[in-house]
Design a protein around this ligand. Structure first.
Ligand SMILES: Cc1ncc(COP(=O)(O)O)c(C=O)c1O
Length: 400
């Protein structure tokens, strides 16, 4: 343990650890490496048998009616909105506390992203604010399960059913998460997952769209140039060179190299999640009831996927702000991040829609005092102890 400093310590304080602890590392093993090599040696490297198997395994894991593997969550969200026919003149209600992709895809289809504020505890979209933002142009609601904590789906579904709206879930963080005992992605509506390098399951880049099979069949065509047959069917034995272009589709298919990673990551997911939960439990124990820290919540009704551990600072208890807190942790060799810079303060959205930061006070107020601590399955007990010690040391040094 580092001794308690009596005075404010300068930024160059003794590092908590000798080696820099990066914010994230992918938890890939020899199985993934061998499966990728096997794919490379198989002579079939793009969408093929491993992608099909990954789709089937993923759907079985979640109990989804169907699954479509794509090259990102962004691709899955874009394909879902386009397949639903969301377009110019339509509005889609979403949250400012998300990655740019959730709003960008709404712009891509020519619709308007309508942002509404978040709940102060989960930082998920506030259902009451959704209700207030609905207009005759509203076509869909796009909730994001922030950090892996499911949004209030029952209320969102009740509103959607009453108003005749689609629900497209951004589940980039929510594998595996449960709302009232049901796994996110096990329903019939479109749900988009991310397999980006930092995610709970990674294929380096990749995504999955789950939902109803008839919808996914149309989404599959749209995701690959609008073509009636994919390459596996064209170039495989007995395949035909003929195809029809049915719509001006995208080029969003997953490759078998990515799927090779996904097949093993999925088999390991329960074990990887167990380690995430252990890390979270240690953080929660260390930071609970601390006057300068606000820990993340897990409501009784959900099972959190714990993609991110988002700590909020009580700035009135500290003599530094969030940005300097992050620098202090970096000096102590701890990598962190911020999730997210709210959509409405990014120049494109701010200028196009005339937003000011306080349009969404819960979102912006939290942004100013949030940081994400390292959370991944490869963290050792010593790594976790170092993060805790570094956070508490910064707090001790900078208590008001
Ligand atoms: C909430 C959210 N939605 C969508 C995405 C986009 O995912 P991808 O990088 O797989 O396109 C991300 C990526 O980090 C995200 O955090």
């Amino acid at each position: 343990m580092t001794a308690l400093p009596s005075q404010h310590t300068p930024l160059s304080a003794v590092p908590t650890r000798a080696e820099y602890l990066p914010f994230c590392r992918p938890a890939l093993g020899e199985e993934e490496i061998s499966e990728v090599v096997d794919t490379l040696r198989s002579n079939w490297i793009t969408t093929g048998p491993k992608t099909k198997r990954f789709e089937a395994d993923f759907a079985a894991y979640l109990g989804s009616p169907g699954a479509l593997a794509l090259n990102s969550c962004t691709a899955a969200l874009h394909t879902a909105l386009a397949t639903l026919g969301v377009g110019p003149g339509d509005e889609v209600i979403t949250t400012p506390i998300t990655f740019a992709a959730s709003a960008n895809v709404i712009e891509h289809v020519g619709a308007r992203p309508v942002l509404v504020d978040v709940e102060p505890d989960t930082l998920n979209i506030d259902p009451a604010a959704i209700e207030a933002a609905i207009t005759p142009r509203t076509k869909a609601i796009l909730p994001v399960h922030f950090a892996g904590h499911p949004a209030e789906l029952d209320v969102i579904w009740e509103i959607a059913a009453r108003k005749g709206l689609e629900v497209v879930e951004d589940a980039a963080h929510a594998l595996p998460a449960k709302f009232k005992g049901r796994l996110i992605g096990s329903g019939r509506n479109p749900v988009a997952f991310s397999f980006y390098a930092t995610k709970n399951l990674t294929t380096a880049e990749g995504g999955m769209l789950t939902g109803e099979p008839e919808f996914l069949a149309r989404a599959r065509i749209r995701s690959l140039h609008g073509m009636s047959g994919d390459a596996w069917r064209r170039y495989g034995r007995g395949g035909s060179w003929r195809y029809d272009v049915l719509c001006p589709g995208f080029k969003y298919n997953m490759t078998d190299i990515q799927a090779a990673l996904g097949l093993w990551q999925l088999r390991k997911l329960a074990r990887l999640q167990q380690r995430r939960r252990e890390v979270v439990a240690a953080y929660q124990r260390a930071f609970a009831d601390h006057p300068a820290l606000e820990i993340p919540v897990e409501r009784q009704t959900v099972e959190h996927a714990w993609h991110l551990y988002v700590l909020r600072l009580r700035l009135d208890a500290l003599d530094i702000g969030r940005d300097q807190f992050i620098e202090e942790l970096a000096t102590r060799n701890i990598g962190t991040s911020v999730h997210f810079i709210p959509i409405h303060i990014h120049p494109y959205y701010r200028d196009k829609y005339g937003y000011v930061p306080d349009d969404f006070p819960a979102a912006h107020g939290s942004f100013c005092r949030m940081l994400s601590l390292p959370l991944h399955p490869l963290l050792s007990d010593q790594d976790v102890a170092d993060v805790i010690e570094a956070v508490l040391d910064v707090v001790r040094t900078h208590r008001r």
